[in-house]
Design a protein around this ligand. Structure first.
Ligand SMILES: *Cc1c(COP(=O)(O)O)cnc(C)c1O
Length: 234
């Protein structure tokens, strides 16, 4: 199947999940996760109407960005773990960083965004499963508290909500408790009504579990394989 056909199918599945949950699918952004795929694949997805793209490595996207510069209304999101030595490049290349997981990274990105004369949209990544190997902040941790308190200092970051990658389970139902937990954390933060903390975005759900995520309140689903096909193993 072509990328356009895959996107049509994913859109149908999003619409069906939204209907089941009594939600409007206009409230759900389909992000195309284009990591490992070339600029031409991204163009195909763009031609099929997608405007929001996720990449997980700064260096990889740096190699594709020049070939995509004419897609001026596309939004480029970094969704993978960011190392501090790549923060300047990330602030330059991306419109959004959906994987903020420390105060230190927020400080750095804010400084580089200011230098580049732009405002970056950001999400706080929460490690809901508490997995050692995964990035993201532990729910209820001091680090999370400090990011929430620090936001007014970062004039060039616009915090919009939360992101998570739950532990992988074969059965997509296994993700449901984690998605529900992210939503509860979001609701709790929203109720605190903190300055400069937006809570409207819940980025959760990938190719195998995005329907469950939508049922649990996702406003952005990050879909790679179901759009572009299987990724080659590096
Ligand atoms: C790769 C990736 C995705 C997309 O995964 P698929 O299973 O291919 O849909 C989503 N989110 C993040 C953070 C990723 O790294």
């Amino acid at each position: 199947m072509s990328i356009a056909e895959n996107i049509a199918q994913v859109r149908n599945r999003i619409a069906a999940a939204a209907r089941r949950a009594g939600r409007n699918s206009d409230q759900i952004t389909l992000m195309a996760v284009s990591k490992t795929f070339p600029a031409e694949s991204i163009r195909e997805a763009y031609a099929a109407g997608l405007r929001v793209f996720g990449e997980n490595r700064v260096q990889e996207f740096a190699g594709k960005a020049a070939a995509l510069r004419d897609l001026s209304d596309a939004q480029w999101h970094l969704i993978g773990h960011l190392q501090t030595n790549k923060a300047a490049k990330a602030a330059e290349l991306f419109d959004a960083v959906d994987s903020i997981d420390s105060v230190r990274m927020a400080e750095k990105l804010n400084g580089f965004a200011e230098g580049a004369g732009k405002t970056l949209s950001v999400l706080i990544e929460i490690n809901v499963g508490g997995e050692q190997a995964k990035s993201g902040i532990a729910p209820g941790s001091d680090e999370l508290e400090q990011i929430l308190q620090g936001a007014p200092r970062w004039a060039n970051l616009k915090i919009q909500g939360l992101m998570t990658v739950p532990p992988y389970t074969e059965d997509p139902e296994g993700s449901r408790p984690y998605f529900r937990q992210l939503r509860q954390i979001r609701d709790f933060i929203a109720a605190c009504d903190l300055p400069q903390i937006g809570t409207s975005v819940l980025s959760m759900g990938m190719s195998h579990d995005f329907e469950v995520a939508i049922e649990e309140g996702a406003t952005c689903v990050r879909v790679g394989t179901a759009i572009f096909g299987e990724r080659g193993k590096p």
